[in-house]
Design a protein around this ligand. Structure first.
Ligand SMILES: [Fe+2]
Ligand SMILES: [Fe+2]
Length: 397
């Protein structure tokens, strides 16, 4: 029987680490070929910075073309609807009755293998190989394989342990979007590098990309609020003589951290060594500005410091705000879906914002502080300090 490995993945983009894995599996398990099989994306999930099926398939095909023992398979992409591994293998084994398939998965997937759909069927249809990086996850992967062999004695479960590979697709995308693509060139097959450059892929994060992402991760009302903030912020930017683009981006992202529960915000701050005050620890949502800026930088590749700081201070403001910071702060407070706390006053500030943005900031801060006081809520120190700066300007006139 012919022995063929199947290496699936989004391949966004395919890089030398994938090839090293395929190569190692081939040598270790005496495989004749490895088929690279780009996967279809599950619907209703975040596909941020994900290239189209056509691009992912085209790059995988380029790689297969120059490596004799690799082939590209569009098997999953061609199939309609949801694609489960068990179904894919069912079809493949029928189509190729004289082939024994070795299904290669990442270490994480092997560890979670029992939660896959119909794991026992997968193991009847193919051998399963879990990849692990030496010194990093190899032990856990070996253990998971051992566990599966005990539970499914007839199954063939193995591991492919590779030296720790210095790159992931996510790092490659990050380097491209943040203007450091030369740094990762060495990890890409030359044809893939050229394909990415020629087609200007991973080139620029656009408002449309971020809008789509926020629509996916934010609850409906929060998404509408964010779109409204983005558009109002763009209008303020233009009225102050700036281009609308950065305001749009800061606006659509300003509440991106609100997609996550408070506990996660606190946990992420601890994980990434972001300082948390006692008040913030008790009220996790207060962190959504700070952490929103962190996510904007790490998840959405925003490197513009002023955009990040506008996201960071959108609820509290800060002394010495830049135009963009004022714009996002005000747009968040004044966007048309907001009706709290008092409509007539809000409309008055809405009008003033287009004439004198500082005065609008002053009035918005004054209202906010009064509102918090009336409800006996704690006031953020930064807000109080910011207000003081504007109070001096407007109350002594
Ligand atoms: Fe917010
Ligand atoms: Fe907001």
């Amino acid at each position: 029987m012919k022995k063929i490995g199947i290496l699936g993945g989004t391949f966004n983009p395919i890089h030398k680490g994938h090839l090293a894995l395929g190569q190692a599996a081939m040598e270790q398990y005496d495989l004749e070929e490895v088929w690279l099989m780009p996967s279809k994306l599950p619907p209703h999930k975040s596909h941020f910075a994900m290239l189209s099926e056509e691009h992912r398939l085209a790059m995988t095909a380029l790689v297969a073309k120059e490596n004799e023992k690799f082939r590209v398979s569009d098997y999953e992409l061609k199939r309609g609807g949801l694609t489960y591994t068990a179904d894919t293998l069912e079809l493949l084994t029928k189509a190729y009755p004289d082939v024994k398939f070795y299904f290669i998965v990442g270490g994480d997937s092997l560890i979670k293998f029992k939660s896959w759909r119909r794991p026992e069927r997968i193991l009847e249809l193919a051998a399963l190989l879990g990849a692990g990086r030496a010194g990093y996850e190899a032990e856990a992967v070996n253990e998971a394989a051992e566990g599966l062999r005990r539970q499914f004695p007839k199954a063939e479960v193995g591991t492919v342990i590779l030296p720790d590979h210095p790159i992931s697709s996510n790092e490659i995308r990050t380097a491209f979007y943040t203007g450091e693509k030369e740094r990762v060139k060495q990890f890409l097959p030359e044809t893939v590098w050229e394909y990415l450059i020629t087609n200007r892929l991973y080139d620029k994060i656009t408002f449309a990309d971020l809008d789509e992402e926020m629509q996916t991760i934010l609850p409906g009302k929060r998404y509408l609020h964010s779109v409204a903030v983005a558009h109002l912020a763009a209008a303020y930017a233009v009225s102050l003589g700036h281009s609308p683009e950065r305001a749009l981006i800061a606006g659509i992202l300003h509440d991106c951290a609100k997609a996550y529960p408070d506990e996660q915000l606190v946990a992420d701050c601890d994980k990434y060594a972001i300082s948390v005050t006692e008040v913030e620890r008790r009220n996790g949502f207060l962190l959504h500005g700070k952490l929103g800026a962190f996510y904007a930088r790490t998840k959405y590749f925003i490197t513009d410091g002023e955009i990040l700081s506008a996201i960071s201070y959108h609820t509290t403001g800060r002394p010495g705000m830049t135009d963009l910071e004022k714009i996002v702060f005000l747009a968040d407070y004044l966007e048309p879906f907001r009706t709290q706390p008092t409509e007539p006053e809000l409309n008055e500030i809405r009008r003033i914002a287009f004439e004198d943005i500082d005065k609008a900031v002053y009035l918005a801060l004054k209202n906010t502080l009064r509102y918090l006081e009336s409800r006996g809520q704690e006031t953020d120190m930064t807000t109080a300090e910011t207000f003081e700066e504007y109070r001096i300007k407007y109350e002594n006139k």
